[in-house]
Design a protein around this ligand. Structure first.
Ligand code: SOE
Length: 388
């Protein structure tokens, strides 16, 4: 029996669009009991015109310029937070008090203290919640998880991650405003650490278990940028680039690199895990491919005698691959927006007695903690142990 799930999406930017599309599409591909209804689109009064266009484009029933009012509407069941990071805390706490289900964009919060308060509020209210670390639901990344859990990699030695982009190289790029709030520490909390490395950490700990200690270095290449709101040249206080070394609880060691100054790299989110029996490699700029190197049989641990041993490029589009039987026929690829659809499909299934959805806000708090330790390590120039 179909059950309407009435949604308020807060924010009408890049993520507002990605989430609206996913709510509209999810039941076409993953039939669920809940039917998402785009009830109300919400933004600030200054964005009224943009919001009206957004609401029309995606078929929202109404708009609202006061987020508190939207949260307390009786005809809304779920609050979907697609707002800049400095809004997450207040909105999530209010939504939890109102007893609403919550979807929140990453990173969870501006900092650990905010994240802790948010988790306490949602757990006290007992409301279903999720944080949108959408890359877990790239089929090739889900397949990497399956390959690792099947023991095909064996004892892990090295984890290597990058998340590189190049859109802030020009000194003329301003900071702040609706388009570039990610460059303004007062709104974003941090730079590449919270924005990009949060993705890499969520993936790494999901695949390879917890990081126990790390040492980090950050750099801000351009020290002053014009602020889009004030028009004045202001200090840049985000990290433009961050690198860290990590030790995992399973004994493997890792390197992580993230920057917005890697000329030529647009969304170069990669990882490689090298173990005793095999290895996996993934690159988001080539998202349908999982590379797998098979060295030893996972059950016997014996080297596979084969003169064709080498890296396999697996085109992750077959029915037996994660999520793919709900999409097209083998060989037909899916893209960025589908990672959000796959996520909402799993979230709805979890409301209907399916497996518990991960990551919840509690799990995303762990990523927030690692980010906090990275920034602390970079500030203090030393190794930092990460509390479990
Ligand atoms: C930054 O450019 C950004 O849009 C991130 O905020 C997203 O989380 C990432 O997936 C793509 O890049």
């Amino acid at each position: 029996m179909s059950k309407p799930l009435r949604i308020a999406v807060l924010g009408c930017g890049f993520m507002g669009r990605a989430h609206s599309n996913a709510w509209l599409q999810v039941n076409h591909f993953f039939p669920r009991e809940h039917t998402p209804v785009l009830k109300v689109a919400v933004a600030r009064p200054e964005e009224k015109e943009k919001l009206e266009k957004f609401a029309k484009a995606w078929g929202y029933e109404s708009i609202e310029l006061d987020w508190r009012k939207a949260i307390h509407r009786d005809d809304v069941d779920l609050i979907d937070v697609c707002l800049p990071n400095n809004m997450h805390h207040d909105v999530v706490i209010e939504a939890a008090k109102a007893g609403k289900m919550i979807v929140c964009e990453k990173p969870l919060a501006m900092n650990l203290a905010e994240g802790e308060a948010m988790v306490a509020a949602v757990e006290k209210a007992g409301v279903p919640n999720m944080v949108s670390f959408n890359y877990r639901r790239v089929p090739a990344i889900s397949l990497a998880k399956q390959v690792i859990d099947e023991g095909r990699i064996g004892k892990p030695f090295h984890y290597r991650a990058t998340y590189n982009q190049d859109y802030t190289i020009s000194a003329d790029v301003p900071q702040g405003g609706m388009a570039l709030w990610r460059l303004d520490a007062k709104v974003a909390g941090s730079g590449v650490t919270g924005d990009l490395l949060a993705h890499s950490i969520d993936t790494a700990e999901w695949l390879n278990g917890p990081i126990v200690k790390l040492v980090a270095y950050t750099e801000t290449f351009i020290k002053q940028r014009k602020h889009a709101e004030t028009g004045k040249l202001e200090p840049v206080t985000i990290d433009d680039a961050c690198m860290f070394l990590a030790v995992f609880a399973n004994g493997s060691i890792g390197t992580f690199e993230s920057t917005r100054y890697a000329r030529g790299r647009k969304n170069y989110n990669t990882f490689e895990l090298n173990g005793e029996n095999g290895a996996v490699f993934f690159d988001l700029e080539d998202p349908h491919i999982l590379q797998y190197f098979r060295y030893a049989d996972p059950t016997t641990g014996k080297k596979i005698e084969d003169h064709l041993t080498g890296w396999q490029r697996i085109h992750v589009t077959n029915f037996e691959h994660p999520y793919m039987k709900n999409w097209w026929v083998p060989g037909c690829t899916i893209g960025y927006e589908h990672t959000f659809i796959n996520s909402f499909a799993d979230f709805l299934a979890s409301l209907e007695g399916g497996p518990k959805f991960e990551p919840t806000m509690r799990s995303a708090l762990r990523t927030q903690r690692v980010c906090e330790c990275i920034l602390q390590s970079a500030r203090e120039g030393r190794w930092v142990e990460i509390p479990a």
